[in-house]
Structures are given as structure tokens and as C-alpha cells.
Ligand binder design. Structure first.
Ligand SMILES: Nc1nc2c(ncn2[C@@H]2O[C@H](COP(=O)(O)OP(=O)(O)O)[C@@H](O)[C@H]2O)c(=O)[nH]1
Ligand SMILES: [Mg+2]
Length: 329
């Protein structure tokens, strides 16, 4: 039985799990289908609070996400989880330490878990993740958690789709300071020192506070929010409730203090991003057809043409193409 996208969207809006999973897969596999889905569901989006969870591998992000989801469910919220972590797929079992706990969430009708494929996602992982979040949003989830491993630039760009970003570190991880310097510090709204059951958790928390104090002027200018440092022990279910209080405090802050500026900026970024990817796709589709592209790239490699001029050549070629049909009319 094959259902149309319209039928699936109707079911999605009613909160149907199968339709949610199906639509995320369809969007993931084809950007054109994704566009159709997004245009149908867009009026139903914009209600969820999206939480990004990033940090080095092994800091306990997945365990923490599980605890957060459980606690939110207890507080009566529905939860969607998107795991974008090539090092430990959320459904792999090992990352939660306990497969049964995982199944507990999967069987809960108020909870939806999805692992993003890191290979073969057309149009990029960031695009697919954003669409998955929108689909979960339209399905009526109150809270959407996106887990990424905070190693590189692309993960940072993915987690930026969140309203509230948690940077999860832990004691004894080695060079927290290095990690903070590597660009994660600027994006964190809340810093979590997980594994607080271990030694040196206070020391680590203090180190982070010091770093934040040094950088607080930058943060302050941006939104006025001062990122708190929260200690948790995900395996022992400690500090979770406090962490959720902080996350909700940040959400209230965004909605009250900065609402118009903040949400307008985000929408604007969405439009610019969509525009950029469309222009890029159009330009590449056009120029790749007739061997022009290979030749041009070769010229740049040989220093005959610089990258800006190459871009001009491509753009001119598109503009020229669009004038042609008019002349023939
Ligand atoms: N001691 C301790 N270990 C933890 C805690 N949270 C997670 N772990 C363990 O740390 C390991 C990595 O956890 P995981 O959630 O997969 O980390 P991720 O790679 O950041 O997603 C697992 O063996 C967890 O059981 C904690 O609060 N305390
Ligand atoms: Mg993980």
C-alpha cells in the first residue's frame, strides 16, 4: 500500500509514527521531495523547542539525551530525537549502554527517535537534519533534541539549527580548554559537565566558568544570555531536573527578551540558506552539462583564472542561457 505525500502529511499532523518515519526518509533521500514535504507541513511548524546537544565523543551525550527525554516525558512533554553521530549510531545499543532503555523510549507513543544516515544523504546532512526537525515539529513534538558529535565544522553548523545548544563535556577528558577554543565555546548556551560522579568535576566546571568569564563580553553583546555551567551524572540520573530547568529558562529568555529580533534573524537565515543552495544547484546543473565546468576548474588549478572570476563566468553563462529563450519567442 503506497501512500501519497499528501496522505502521509495528513497522518503526520495527527502524530502518526509511521508517517513521521516515512516522511523523514523521503526527505532525506531527495531534496526535491523534501521541498514538497516542507511546503505542505510548513504552516504546522514553529512550535517546538529545539535543543542541540554537542561535545566530544564519549562525554555522555546519548546517555544524557535519554535521561532528558525521560524527564520531559515525566513532565508531560512529547519528545523527538535526531541523532547525527557517525561514531555511535543512536540505535547501535552501545551508546546508551543499555538497549532496553532505548526500546523503552521507542515504544513510548510520545517519543520518536531517528538516526540520520551520514552517507548518501542527498543535498547534505545539515539540510536533511533540518528537514527531519521540521517534520518532527509538524508532528506536534514539544521538544526536539538533536545530538551531534562536536568535532568539526559541519557538526557545529548542524547543531546551530537548535534554539538552545548544550555543550557536553566531562572531567578527565583531557583538554577541555582546547575543545572550547575550537569554536564550541561560542555556540554553547548551557555547558554541561557530565560524569560529575567522577573526580575533578568541580575543577572542570570552574575551568569552564573561567573561560566563559573571559569571553562573556562577546556572549553578552550577542543576546545578553550568560551561559550557565551545570553538573550532571547521566548514568546516575543526577542533575537532570536542574538541567531541564535551565534549558526552559533559556527558552523563556529567547521568547521574552529577544523574541522579534531572534526569530526574525533565524527565519532570514533559513531563506538565505535555501536561496544559496538553490542557486548553487542551478549553477552547477547548468555548467556541468557541457564540459565547461571541468575546463574552468582546470584553469583555476593552473592559476589562469581566480575563483571569483570563475564564479562570474558561471553566473554569466546562466544569465546568457536565460536570455536565449526570450530571443526565440
Ligand atoms: N561515570 C559516568 N559514565 C557515564 C555517564 N554518562 C555516560 N557515561 C558513560 O560514558 C560512555 C559514553 O556515553 P555515551 O552516552 O555513548 O557518550 P556520547 O558518545 O557522548 O554519546 C558510556 O559508557 C556511558 O555509560 C556519567 O554520568 N557518569
Ligand atoms: Mg552518542
Amino acid at each position: 500500500m503506497k501512500q501519497s505525500i499528501e496522505e502521509l502529511v495528513q497522518k503526520l499532523i495527527e502524530g502518526d509514527k509511521f508517517a513521521t518515519a516515512r516522511l523523514i526518509s523521503l526527505a532525506e533521500n531527495d531534496p526535491k521531495v523534501a521541498q514538497k514535504i516542507i511546503s505542505l507541513i510548513f504552516p504546522y511548524t514553529g512550535k517546538a523547542h529545539v535543543i542541540g546537544v554537542t561535545g566530544p565523543p564519549g562525554s555522555g551525550k546519548s546517555t544524557l539525551v535519554y535521561r532528558l527525554a525521560k524527564e520531559w516525558r515525566k513532565r508531560g512533554k512529547t519528545v523527538g530525537i535526531v541523532a547525527v553521530d557517525p561514531t555511535s549510531p543512536f540505535t547501535g545499543g552501545a551508546l546508551l549502554g543499555d538497549r532496553i532503555r532505548m526500546q523503552e523510549l521507542t515504544c513510548d507513543s510520545g517519543c520518536f527517535i531517528r538516526s540520520m544516515a551520514t552517507r548518501g544523504t542527498l543535498g547534505g546532512l545539515a539540510r536533511a537534519t533540518k528537514d527531519a526537525v521540521r517534520i518532527l515539529d509538524a508532528s506536534g513534538k514539544d521538544i526536539i533534541i538533536v545530538e551531534t558529535v562536536g568535532a568539526g565544522q559541519s557538526e557545529v553548523s548542524i547543531v546551530k539549527l537548535a534554539h538552545t545548544i548544550l555543550v557536553v563535556l566531562c572531567p578527565g577528558l583531557g583538554d577541555e580548554i582546547q575543545i572550547l577554543k575550537a569554536g564550541i565555546m561560542e555556540i554553547g548556551d548551557i555547558f554541561v559537565v557530565n560524569k560529575a560522579d567522577r573526580e575533578n568535576a568541580d575543577e572542570t566546571a570552574m575551568q569552564i566558568e573561567d573561560m566563559l568569564n573571559m569571553a562573556s563580553t562577546i556572549r553578552f553583546n550577542e543576546t545578553g544570555w550568560i551561559p550557565p555551567v551545570v553538573k550532571t551524572s547521566a548514568i546516575h540520573n543526577m542533575g537532570i531536573s536542574e538541567l531541564i530547568d535551565r534549558i526552559e529558562e533559556h527558552w523563556r529568555f529567547l521568547n521574552k527578551v529577544n523574541r522579534d529580533v531572534y526569530f526574525r534573524k533565524r527565519v532570514e537565515q533559513d531563506v538565505i540558506e535555501a536561496l544559496r543552495s538553490k542557486i548553487e544547484q542551478m549553477a552547477l546543473n547548468h555548467i556541468m552539462k557541457n564540459g565547461e565546468y571541468d575546463e574552468l576548474i582546470k584553469k583555476v588549478a593552473n592559476k589562469e583564472v581566480d575563483p571569483y572570476t570563475a564564479a562570474d563566468i558561471i553566473l554569466n553563462s546562466i544569465l546568457h542561457r536565460e536570455e536565449e529563450p526570450k530571443e526565440n519567442e
